[in-house]
Ligand binder design. Structure first.
Ligand SMILES: N[C@@H](CCC(=O)N[C@@H](CS)C(=O)NCC(=O)O)C(=O)O
Length: 201
């Protein structure tokens, strides 16, 4: 049995919860992280050097970093188009997962924090990343290939948070029709609606 340490309102945990649903994999949730009613508040710090959630325990093995967790869980499950066996297809999916972790999520996170604190913040890096994403999505239904993959699950919380701009007076709303169509496509997946849209709202 897999144990997931995390909280429902965490964007990085949401990816794991959605994937577990897609894989139809049961798991035990140990509430952990900021504001969670943890049975053992030190457990995550003992298990992971970062002390962040999510953390997954599978037998004696512990995996941390949400994207590494996604890959490990998908590889442990029966073959699935979410994480195809072909190394090149996996490489392309990985490219988007790494890009999202390095170039999209950090500037977006800094921007959200600044906005929450009532500070103005430079949105350039975030808008550039969303612009890149919008251009890539032209004529595409999903990030890689024609069906949902780990790349879409990994990027979904950031795409959901695009609404940061909707109704915001701070920045002019950029024209990102492909990104908005993609977000609507993600909405057709029950896991996105439950674990991303509802849980992170
Ligand atoms: N790069 C890490 C980031 C993990 C992270 O920052 N997690 C946040 C929640 S989204 C966290 O642990 N925040 C502190 C807390 O909840 O105690 C990952 O992808 O797993």
């Amino acid at each position: 049995m897999v144990t997931v340490y995390g909280r429902r309102n965490s964007s990085n945990c949401a990816k794991v919860f959605w994937l577990m649903d897609e894989l139809d994999q049961p798991f035990t949730l140990e509430p952990a992280g900021r504001g969670a009613d943890a049975r053992d508040p030190e457990a995550v710090r003992r298990l992971s050097p970062t002390g962040t959630v999510p953390v997954v325990q599978m037998g004696d093995q512990v995996v941390w970093e949400s994207n590494a967790i996604l890959r490990c869980l998908a590889a442990s499950a029966p073959a699935s188009p979410l994480w195809p066996a072909d190394p090149a297809a996996r490489g392309t999916i990985d490219s988007w997962m790494d890009w999202a972790s390095i170039s999209l999520t950090p500037p977006l996170g800094r921007l959200r924090k600044a906005r929450a604190a009532g500070q103005t913040a430079d949105a350039t890096a975030t808008l550039q990343a969303f612009g890149l994403l919008d251009r890539h999505l032209a004529g595409r239904s999903y990030l890689v290939g024609d069906t949902l993959t780990l790349a879409d699950i990994a990027i979904a919380p950031a795409v959901f948070r695009w609404r940061l701009w909707e109704g915001s007076a701070q920045d002019p709303l950029p024209d990102v029709p492909n990104l908005l169509a993609y977000r609507d496509r993600l909405r057709t997946h029950a896991g996105y609606r439950q674990h991303v849209e509802d849980a992170l709202n």
